[in-house]
Design a protein around this ligand. Structure first.
Ligand code: CNA
Length: 245
């Protein structure tokens, strides 16, 4: 860990890219990990935009205990340490693929959500916006959220497979990655694009890549440091920086 601490202290622009693995410590299953939802059902189908239009009840029945209960989940040591490192000026931003709002809940300010979040939900017919609380109440009652003005189908502002990413968010993520002299990937299988391409913007500008994940990733050969256990990694950072002012 000494080598990582040295890189972090030397870095002028450190960026983290987080994936679903970090929220497993908060009780939210990831996709492709050992207890990931891919082992239980077809997550590609749940988050497929064509399938959502054809059978919205499939999405809502499966996401009830996975997305529409994130308000009951709490940030874990990873989210809190990242927020603290941002306060200390050691981390510039967190780019996240997660849709669970836990980075913000832990106090991180510069969070770039490249896959959106269920904080807002949009009527696909008239564009009216609905809050998370409004939609979560309906979904928990096993109903499909429909617009109260026009009756249209309501969809969370999460990017589904087959949809364009939010261009503002992805451009900001590309900018941050290009500036990063230290790029740290945590809890991601690095198979979903374009998220998995972001480390290359840093590497291309001589940035150093560090990966913390308990399964191999396609970018491992590009990493200068590689760690497996997220819990141990962040416990070490927590104890190291706890008393730093
Ligand atoms: P993924 O493909 O499920 O990868 C997660 C990775 O984390 C896996 O390789 C795991 O082995 C690894 N992992 C899990 N726990 C640990 C641990 N304790 N220590 C070390 N490694 C661990 O998830 P990605 O984020 O790469 O995939 C992108 C998808 C998943 C995005 O579109 C997300 O929106 C989507 N997703 C988000 C959430 C969330 O917001 N919490 C949950 C599930 C899926």
């Amino acid at each position: 860990m000494d080598r990582f601490i040295r890189l972090l202290k030397e870095s002028k622009h450190c960026v983290f890219l987080s994936g679903a693995g970090i929220s497993t410590l908060s009780g939210i299953p990831d996709f492709r990990g050992n207890n990931g939802i891919y082992r239980k059902f077809d997550a590609d189908k749940i988050f497929d935009i064509d399938h959502f239009h054809a059978e919205p009840e499939y999405f809502y029945s499966h996401s009830k205990d996975f997305i529409y209960n994130v308000d009951e989940r709490n940030p874990n040591i990873i989210h809190y340490v990242l927020s603290r490192l941002e306060q200390l000026g050691l981390v510039r931003s967190v780019i996240t693929q997660n849709i669970d709002l836990l980075h913000q809940k832990a106090g991180s300010r510069n969070v770039i959500e490249i896959h959106g979040s269920p904080k807002e939900n949009t009527c696909l017919s008239c564009g009216k916006i609905f809050s998370y609380d409004h939609v979560a109440k309906i979904v928990r009652e096993d109903q499909i959220p429909k617009c109260d003005e026009c009756g249209g189908l309501v969809k969370p502002n999460i990017t589904f497979f087959g949809e364009m990413l939010d261009q503002k968010a992805i451009m900001k993520a590309v900018d941050e990655s290009s500036y990063a002299d230290l790029f740290v990937v945590i809890g991601s299988s690095l198979v979903v694009h374009p998220a998995a391409t972001l480390p290359f913007y840093s590497i291309r500008n001589k940035g150093k890549l560090v990966i913390v994940n308990n399964m191999p990733t396609p970018l491992d050969e590009h990493a200068v440091l590689r760690y497996k256990d997220l819990g141990m990694f962040f416990e070490y950072l927590d104890s190291y920086f706890r008393d730093t002012k």
